[in-house]
Design a protein around this ligand. Structure first.
Ligand code: PLP
Length: 352
């Protein structure tokens, strides 16, 4: 199958299938020669960029507390590279984005796992288990992902405060790439960085804002992270077009609330529908994806079937998650198509 075919539906990388707000396309149409040919002059104005300026204004904090990067991937890497030397310990959730381990390896860090445990229809952080490992291992850096990819669970706000209050002697990187999909979940990054100077809170325009292609992420820095802020500063500025696109997205809250509501309703439907298939177990998720355990004997044939029908979901291979698929929520129509296809697959399977 050629993956360049237009009609292939990619539900494997947690992109937002609705795409960005209309205002972003207007920015593209109106971008002018200067945006393309000139460097940003923001550095000489004493700010990082128009985007960090805007985020600082929205959140009511000093612009120096905002860090920008080429996606949150970039900021994760910079944080690890800044603090981890060969042999330093990094704590990473047992089930997590595979890339965390790679980032730790690149810095020659020693990767220590802490537990995320499976329940009936949900995964959860084992907070006491995590703190016990922390006390034993005294790592230099602790990575927390909330909501976590691929398990979809998150830490509640009181749990976050509890953990941050205990893990005081390490750098804590809190990856909130998916935190905006639930309007009721506001970890209040400004309060967190003011209370916990060791924390770095990372967010992105890739997921909620549907702008994965512009590679723009940002972080809120606690007071201990001046060095990281200096290391990531760019005299010649950031991508000027991306900055404008991100600001257009920030200016379009109604659009994003509308699609978030659609996605929440669809996530609930998908959860119910998937749990009806014999041997399937869908897990509750607070993000724009859902982890699903499937009968191991259908793994290969389901993958082949969906791929032939031009729909790609992620078939997991990680330890402990090797009979699982991770489905990115699509548009309403894409989700219906996926369920319809799994239904016909299961019907055919029962016949053979
Ligand atoms: C948990 C998590 N953090 C960060 C990222 C990186 O996102 P980006 O670099 O596009 O901001 C991803 C991408 O899928 C992710 O799953």
């Amino acid at each position: 199958m050629s993956i360049t075919k237009k009609r292939v539906i990619f539900l494997d990388r947690n992109e937002n299938q609705y795409g960005p707000a209309p205002a972003c396309y207007r920015v593209l149409r109106r971008s002018n020669k200067s945006t393309l040919k000139d460097y940003s002059r923001d550095f000489t104005r004493g700010v990082i960029s128009i985007l960090s300026e805007r985020l600082a204004k929205d959140y009511g904090i000093d612009e120096k507390k905002i860090l920008l990067g080429y996606g949150s991937e970039d900021i994760l890497k910079e944080s690890v590279q800044c603090y981890i030397n060969k042999g330093d310990k990094i704590m990473i959730p047992s089930y997590s984005w595979w890339y965390y381990k790679k980032i730790a390896d690149e810095a020659e860090g020693v990767n220590i796992q802490y537990p995320i445990v499976e329940g009936e229809n949900t995964f959860s952080y084992d907070v006491e288990g995590m703190l016990k490992i922390y006390e034993e291992q005294k790592p230099k850096l602790v990575l927390i992902s909330s909501p976590n990819n691929p398990t979809g669970n998150r830490l509640e706000i009181d749990q976050l405060h509890y953990i941050l209050g205990k893990i005081k002697d390490s750098v804590v990187v809190l990856d909130e790439a998916y935190s905006m999909f639930d309007p009721k979940y506001n970890t209040n990054p400004v309060e967190l960085i003011q209370k916990y100077p060791h924390v770095i809170i990372i967010r992105t325009f890739s997921k909620y804002y549907g702008l994965a292609g512009i590679r723009t992420g940002y972080a809120f820095l606690g007071a201990n992270h001046e060095r990281l802020s200096l290391l990531s500063a760019r005299y010649l500025g950031f991508n000027r077009l991306s900055e404008k696109l991100a600001i257009a997205a920030l200016d379009s809250p109604e659009y994003y609330i509308r699609i978030r509501n659609k996605m929440s309703a669809d996530r609930e439907k998908l959860f119910k529908e998937l749990n009806k298939f014999p041997g399937f177990r869908a897990y509750r998720s607070y993000a724009n994806f859902m982890l699903v355990k499937i009968p191991v004997e259908i793994k290969d044939s389901l993958k082949k079937y969906l791929t032939e029908k031009d729909i790609i979901v992620k078939f997991m291979n990680e330890d402990g998650l090797d009979r699982h698929i991770r489905i990115t929520l699509g548009t309403h129509l894409q989700n219906r198509r996926l369920i319809m296809l799994i239904k016909s697959f299961m019907k055919e399977k029962n016949r053979t």
